[in-house]
Design a protein around this ligand. Structure first.
Ligand code: PLP
Length: 402
């Protein structure tokens, strides 16, 4: 590496692929070729920079090598890129062939992938993540959890998994580096939907598996070359481009989200009457319809929450949820928010709000998932205030008609 391996994350994001540079261009060129000329007389010899040889895009491309070098440096493992987050998840299952999976709360698409795997491999059992681990050979944990943004204790699941002889897979899509490093808490494999924060601009679909072991990563790459499950050349280039700014984007999104969570939660609390507090009309208008706000920063834990700080030394994820009493109220607010676009997905530079029940029948009907983008906090705060006031007005009018 032309950059010291002890360099900090923002530096690695810009320079970790320095050794793979083969041209004078400072920015990696967009390469769309699916095939590469053999070096003269030897189809195995380098034909691209130093020690690099490429034949055919299904097997590997210069952009994939660069993006994997950067991702591996940032995530502290060996990265393998796929065409989507769910292809990455499926590839982990096929690689490890678990017979009994302990599955925690997980994005509905991941649960579908596990179902797909079960259909293909007979007699696979799936149990809850807090069940006994006898016979369990893979534990699949999502942290932070989509859609609540709450954090789970990776270290405690790693200890339990390893004691049972199982591997721990962590889907860390909602907290990419520099917000979390699951290998430090004992994860064996980390999965990200790169469509979210790693891509960061809602303009590419990709996924990544990061293995602690180089051997596992090589085996994943071999299977990827056979199947062609990698990401397309333009998407891979966009991903590499986005990784350069990962640290500043994600830190800013994390900080804005923490302030927005505190604000919306303060609206909810101020609307609750107690023996010491009589809510004003203004406080009731803003907060009386909010049933719950969930995020790592508000999380209560039975056994203490010190693991949350330990897992997130640099801040929490930028996804949180706001629950209303009814699905109608949730959808009203989603449509009234102006800067938060009403659309699915997370992790982009634009704030998004999604009504998860529309996708996932196991979600609460009144829940909105919020993905905080890079807009100024004051503008996002004003957006929430106007949407909540509009809801209150709407509810008052509806009440008056009855
Ligand atoms: C979006 C998401 C995925 C799936 O990724 P795709 O890139 O959409 O295939 C997996 N896990 C989590 C937590 C996600 O949010």
């Amino acid at each position: 590496m032309t950059v010291s391996p002890t360099a900090r994350l923002p530096t690695l994001a810009v320079h970790a692929d320095g050794d793979l540079r083969a041209t004078a261009e400072v920015v990696a060129p967009i390469g769309v070729s699916t095939t590469f000329s053999y070096a003269q007389g030897d189809i195995k010899a380098s034909n691209y920079g130093v020690d690099q040889h490429y034949h055919y895009a299904r097997i590997g491309t210069p952009a994939t090598a660069k993006a994997e070098a950067v991702l591996g440096a940032l995530t502290e493992g060996h990265a393998v890129i796929y065409g989507s987050g769910l292809t990455a998840a499926f590839s982990v299952l096929v690689e490890h062939r678990p017979r009994k999976i302990a599955l925690g709360e997980a994005y509905f698409g991941v649960r579908n992938v596990v179902e797909q795997y079960r259909r293909l491999v007979p007699n696979v059992q799936v149990v809850g993540i807090d069940c006994a681990y006898d016979g369990v050979d893979m534990v699949w944990l999502e942290s932070p959890v989509n859609p609540s943004g709450e954090v789970r204790d990776i270290r405690s699941y790693a200890l339990r998994a390893h004691a049972a002889g199982a591997i721990l897979v962590v889907d860390a899509t909602l907290a990419p580096p520099p917000l979390s490093y699951p290998f430090r808490q004992g994860a064996d494999v980390v999965v990200h939907s790169a469509t979210k924060y790693l891509g960061g601009h809602s303009d590419l679909l990709a996924g990544v598996v990061v293995a602690r072991s180089a051997r596992v990563a090589d085996s994943l790459r071999e299977a990827r070359a056979v199947l062609g499950t990698g990401s397309g050349s333009l998407e891979t280039w966009l991903l590499l481009r986005s990784l350069r700014t990962l640290a500043v984007r994600v830190r800013q999104q994390s900080q804005t989200a923490a302030r927005l969570v505190a604000l919306v939660e303060s609206y909810r609390r101020s609307a609750v009457a107690t023996s010491c507090h009589v809510p004003s009309a203004q406080q009731l208008a803003l907060g009386r319809h909010i049933a719950a706000v969930r995020h790592a920063s508000l999380q209560l834990c039975a056994a203490g929450c010190s693991f949350i700080q330990a897992q997130h030394p640099d801040g929490f994820g930028a996804v949180f949820s706001v629950t209303f009493a009814t699905s109608e109220q949730a959808r009203f607010v989603a449509q009234r928010l102006r800067l938060h676009r009403f659309a699915t997905s997370i992790g982009g530079v634009e704030s998004l709000v999604d009504w998860r029940y529309g996708w996932d029948a196991t979600s609460e009907p009144g829940l909105l998932r919020v993905s905080v983008g890079l807009e100024a906090f004051d503008d996002l705060a004003a957006d929430w205030a106007q949407a909540l006031r509009a809801l209150d007005e709407h509810e008052r009018k509806a009440g008056a008609k009855l």
